[in-house]
Design a protein around this ligand. Structure first.
Ligand code: SF4
Length: 373
């Protein structure tokens, strides 16, 4: 990485040794599957509240909506240091195939979603992934989204099979193109090349939508300019447009909270870094969006806030009825937020961040970037 990028971020050098993959906390014999009572949904906003929505991010929102999540369980072939749902804490294992039908019924019939979002853990290691895709096809659903670390996508035939069975969009989690940083973040050794192969295979495929989802942590922040440059180069080599990149400030949950000292970034300087990356992305032809960054910290970037393009809520599996988004339990608003023009659309703050970095910087703004009613 160029020294100038590391100096610009003022981030500490990463520690020299990476941590080993943690052992399973819960022995296999003691795991018991408990179905989730709700299914999360990305609904499509009929009318995005932004004054000037970014066309590429609007397209990503169309790929992602209206869709319900099928969470295939925690097992994963990686062990990201920032994982909000760490696989080694898994007490349940994979989602039993028998549970899939009720999830699909709640999503497709109750709330009229036309596609599913397959998530884990890592969905490509789910032993009955083809059966899940066939079940979705039987319900007339197609153009699904696969949220994956990509480690299996470079294997011969894997992408083609997924495409043939209804996957249309790959949400590819790539956090860095620096091998050392990748090893630190993934608690593994030497697997970055597989992610790069996956991206190349997707770009080459010509018929898959793709966006990159990049966790922003203190360990990889300085490598992000090179990630953008590298993605632009890979796309150029395949003679295609580079995929959009969504920079997601990590959620202070699960392992990210456990390793907060190493990982969490103060949202205030992070907002400045994201603004620089947005600008770099523009110069490279990459649409850069962000998540988990409140509008008041970066009012000039509200058109890049992916949350503003989605209508998130949950569904009760038994009744099919709509509920508030299940993740709201992790967010909160400050009393002052009542005065903010973004109060109705801003997801709010993570307690783990404000406890660590304070809340003084979060101050009500007007309707910056929003369409006036
Ligand atoms: S609602 Fe609160 S956190 Fe969100 S942008 Fe406004 S002041 Fe910031």
């Amino acid at each position: 990485m160029p020294q100038s990028d590391r100096a610009a971020t003022q981030m500490p050098e990463p520690p020299p040794l990476h941590q080993p993959r943690p052992r399973q906390d819960v022995p296999f014999s003691q795991r018991r599957f408990v179905p989730r009572p709700v299914v999360d949904v990305h609904g499509r906003r009929r009318d995005v509240a932004l004054a000037a929505p970014h066309p590429k991010l609007q397209q990503v929102a169309e790929w992602l909506t209206p869709a319900f999540y099928v969470d295939l369980g925690r097992p994963c072939n990686s062990a990201c240091l920032y994982c909000a749902v760490p696989p080694h804490e898994d007490a349940q294992g994979f989602l039993p195939l028998a549970e899939v039908a009720s999830i699909v019924a709640a999503g497709a019939q109750g709330q009229r979603c036309d596609k599913a979002i397959l998530i884990g853990g890592e969905p490509t290691i789910y032993p009955q992934l083809n059966e899940v895709l066939d079940l979705l096809a039987e319900q007339g659903l197609s153009n699904h989204v696969l949220m994956t670390n990509g480690l299996r996508l470079g294997e011969p035939g894997v992408l083609g099979e997924l495409r043939a069975r209804g996957v249309a969009t790959v949400h590819l989690s790539i956090d860095t193109l620096d091998p050392h940083t990748y090893d630190l973040l993934s608690r593994s050794t030497g697997k970055l090349a597989k992610q790069v192969q996956a991206l190349q295979a997707i770009l080459r495929s010509g018929d898959l939508n793709c966006y990159l989802y990049t966790a922003v942590t203190a360990l990889n922040l300085a490598t992000l300019p090179d990630l953008l440059r590298g993605v632009a180069k890979l796309a150029q080599a395949e003679n295609v447009e580079p995929p959009p990149v969504i920079l997601a400030l990590i959620k202070p949950l699960g392992d990210a909270l456990r390793h907060a000292e190493q990982l969490l970034v103060d949202p205030v300087p992070a907002a400045q870094r994201v603004a620089e990356l947005v600008q770099l992305g523009d110069s490279l032809g990459i649409a850069v969006g962000h998540r988990n960054l409140a509008a008041c910290l970066a009012p000039q970037l509200v058109d890049r806030n992916v949350d503003y393009y989605l209508d998130d809520y949950s569904i009760e599996v038994n009744s099919g009825s709509r509920l508030p988004f299940s993740h709201v339990e992790h967010w909160f608003h400050l009393p002052a937020c009542q005065e903010c023009g973004h109060r109705g659309i801003c997801p709010g703050l993570y307690r783990g961040n404000t406890e660590r970095f304070g809340a003084d910087a979060y101050r009500p703004i007007g309707n910056d970037g929003l369409k006036l009613a």
